[in-house]
Design a protein around this ligand. Structure first.
Ligand code: HDE
Length: 694
């Protein structure tokens, strides 16, 4: 294994760790190893005189600083990574020769990078967007990059449309806004002119596009791939990552507020979970099928805008992915990691999905641009953790420089001094597929149905999720200035589902247009797929989630302790919010330090909340605008809310006293705490939103 270099391991060529001063402290040096005497002042001619060109230390420092940035990723610029491992739990040896799928119980190191797609590197975490879910497995036969998303389908069917899609989604070229959002004319113009995107649009307008955290979302390889056995026989495969903590998303109104309160909400969540030892975990599932299944399936398995419902082809769990180590250096690891779809070990092969084929060109190309040298695979985060031997050499920043005379193959210097040789038995091979046909630019007829699976997704959602899809479309299209683009979009929705087009047209205050002309008549006979719902696949406990406890002075100590105990028993965590971060005195006189001052810890940062106070502090909270927002947001976002009886004044002041429902649980005694935590299991009390809407 190649360790990630760190400061402590930095060595000069002589092997010594650091130059040491008389007092034992490491001496600061230049990049060239010269000890530095003064790191505060440039070399000047006199105290107020001009700076001198010969100040090599200054020039080197500024020169390096000026070159510290590399181009951000053209898409997926904002991302966050972590290390871990993949463990095989069910052998696939019968259908696949890949080393990683042979021996149950064996682990290989992994690095995962999650990302948003459209925003730049400094954009917010809770943008409405697809999330990247890119996994690098350092297998014994080379790196395998499964460069997936948290949505199992894609906007377009052919890679040649990718630059158009991305240009339309990114800030407009003249004004350079809007950032990290799709609620604008250019995006919906392109989408409404691209009917093949309709299935994906159902997903991106669903709550899947505003996940609660990376830990609570699925990952998908999207395309159909091939597994090859030792004889070269092929089995088609689709890859799924399923979070052990189950699915969870936030509400749009909540996402908007989270972006203001904590733009790093997702990366902080991942960092905190791993650092506290609560390692996120996903199961790797595979959908395996043969050509006969592909031929009999309703849609073309090479079309990346289609999925195969799990109810038709079950997902077989074969392994688990655990993230157990944060990075040491964000740039070296998360920024420099270079995923390439074409990085597959022997036994994994591609299908002819035209999007996948295009990606296989794009990723290598982009890494050269981004990392600046064909030697990027030698960076520690990208380097294989298995032995490697090849004759690629030289170039910018060549750090891996083979010794010896032979740098070509075949050669006559023999297998030992002449270097490595090819091995037909172990080496990577492709499925021997027959390919022929006229050379042409053509979309296959079998890709022509753009609406049926969009409809299937919609009817697979629970009522609240359907409502959110409609709400999201109304929000996004309300930001579109040109009415003709909105109308064109509505005409596509008319091909998807009546309920949807009616609610969106109504929400926009626009007439319902005639359905768009469809390349193929939409089907209405596809059965719902319950696996596609988030709410239907949500958690069974508060485990891994966070309770926010707003405390007023004099809050009951026993109640607080009981709540904390119940939260910890559930495998959840809590944070204290108080009027002053320095501490809040409880009923027993003890002062408890707070994590947040009220205006720094709004309820949007928590999965459920509690308000515990005394009568006096309750009255003070009732006069505090931010405390009222804390409660009314938690209520409006359908969260479960626990409160001590003394919080009555706050309910009153927030205008909610008459609306208290079963999702709001009064804690009159310490014994009530456990019941509250159990009641929180579904995470949201959706009846509240449905009732309000009615
Ligand atoms: Fe990507 N994509 N993509 N993409 N993609 C990139 O590679 C591209 C697509 C995905 O965390 C780029 O290193 C094309 C589908 C992820 O570093 C670039 C097409 C899926 C990441 C690129 C697609 C993805 C990328 C930009 C259409 C889900 C982030 C920087 C044919 C299955 C990886 C980079 C990371 C990144 C090209 C479509 C996932 C330019 C041409 C479909 C998760 O190479």
């Amino acid at each position: 294994m190649q360790p990630v270099p760190d400061y402590a391991e930095e060595q000069g060529a002589g092997g010594e760790t650091h130059q040491t001063a008389g007092n034992g402290v490491d001496v600061l040096t230049t990049q060239h190893g010269h000890p530095v005497a003064d790191n505060q002042n440039t070399l000047r001619q006199g105290a107020l005189g001009p700076a001198l060109l010969e100040d090599q230390h200054f020039r080197e420092k500024i020169f390096h600083f000026d070159h510290e940035r590399i181009p951000e990723r053209v898409v997926h610029a904002r991302g966050y990574g972590a290390h871990g491992y993949f463990e095989l739990t069910d052998s696939l040896a019968d259908v696949c020769r890949a080393d990683v799928f042979q021996r149950v119980g064996e682990q290989v190191p992994a690095f995962v990078r999650f990302s948003t797609v459209a925003g730049s590197k400094g954009s917010v975490d809770l943008a409405r967007d697809v999330r990247g879910f890119a996994v690098k497995l350092y297998t014994q036969e080379g790196n395998w990059d499964i460069v997936g998303n948290n949505i199992p389908v894609f906007f377009i069917q052919d890679a040649i449309k990718f630059p158009d899609l991305v240009h339309a989604a990114k800030p407009a070229p003249d004004r350079a806004f809007p950032q990290a959002q799709t609620a604008h004319d250019n995006f919906w113009d392109f989408i409404s002119l691209t009917p093949e995107s309709m299935h994906m649009i159902m997903w991106t307008m669903s709550d899947r596009a505003i996940p609660r955290s990376f830990r609570f979302m699925e990952g998908f390889g999207v395309h159909t791939f091939r597994l090859l056995d030792a004889e070269g026989n092929s089995t088609f495969v689709k890859f799924h990552w399923k979070p052990r903590l189950k699915l969870q998303s936030v509400l749009w109104n909540e996402a908007v507020k989270i972006n203001g309160a904590d733009p790093d909400f997702h990366r902080r969540d991942l960092w905190d979970a791993i650092e506290s030892g609560d390692f996120p975990e996903w199961d790797l599932g595979v959908q395996l099928f043969d050509q006969a299944f592909a031929d009999g399936f309703d849609f073309d398995v090479l079309d990346p805008t289609k999925l195969i419902p799990e109810e038709i082809l079950p997902v077989r769990i074969v392994g688990r992915l655990v993230l157990d180590r944060v990075v040491d250096n964000f740039f070296a690891e998360t920024e420099q990691v270079a995923f390439c779809t074409q990085n597959v070990p022997p036994g994994i092969d591609f299908s002819n999905d035209p999007l996948l084929q295009g990606r296989n060109f794009s990723y290598l190309d982009t890494q050269l641009k981004r990392l600046g040298s064909p030697n990027f695979p030698n960076l520690p985060i990208n380097a294989p953790r298995c032995p490697m031997a090849h004759f690629q050499q030289d170039g910018h920043m060549a750090v891996r420089n083979p010794k010896g005379r032979a740098n070509y193959e075949p050669n006559s210097w023999g297998p030992v001094s002449g270097g490595p040789r090819e091995d037909p038995a172990r080496g990577i091979t492709s499925f021997a597929e027959q390919a022929e046909g006229p050379k042409q630019r053509l979309r296959p007829e079998s890709f022509a149905d753009h609406y049926s699976q969009a409809r299937q997704f919609f009817i697979s959602q629970t009522p609240i999720e359907r409502k959110h899809i409609g709400d999201a479309l109304v929000f996004e299209l309300s930001k579109v200035e040109r009415p003709d683009i909105r109308t064109r979009m509505l005409s596509h929705l008319a091909n998807i589902h009546d309920e949807l087009v009616v609610s969106v047209a109504e929400g926009l205050g626009m007439p319902r247009p005639k359905p768009a002309t469809a390349a193929r008549e939409p089907r209405t006979d596809l059965a719902p797929s319950p696996a596609l719902s988030i709410v239907g696949n949500g958690p069974e406990a508060l485990t891994g989630r966070k309770l926010g406890i707003l405390l007023g002075d004099g809050a009951d100590r026993a109640l607080f302790d009981a709540l904390v105990k119940a939260v910890e028993e559930a495998g959840a965590v809590f944070e204290v919010i108080a009027p002053k971060v320095g501490g809040v005195p409880l009923s027993d006189g003890a002062v408890l330090a707070a994590k947040h001052k009220i205006n720094g810890g709004p309820s949007v940062l928590f999965d459920a909340v509690a308000v515990l106070c005394s009568a006096e502090s309750g009255a003070l909270l009732a006069r505090d605008k931010v405390a009222k927002d804390f409660l009314s947001d938690a209520f409006g976002h359908c969260k479960f809310i626990a409160y001590s009886p003394e919080a009555a004044a706050l309910w009153q002041a927030a205008g909610l006293a008459d609306e208290i429902d079963e999702g709001c649980i009064e804690l009159t005694a310490a014994a009530d705490a456990r019941g509250f935590v159990q009641a929180c299991a579904p995470l949201r009390f959706w009846q509240r939103e449905l009732a309000t809407d009615r």
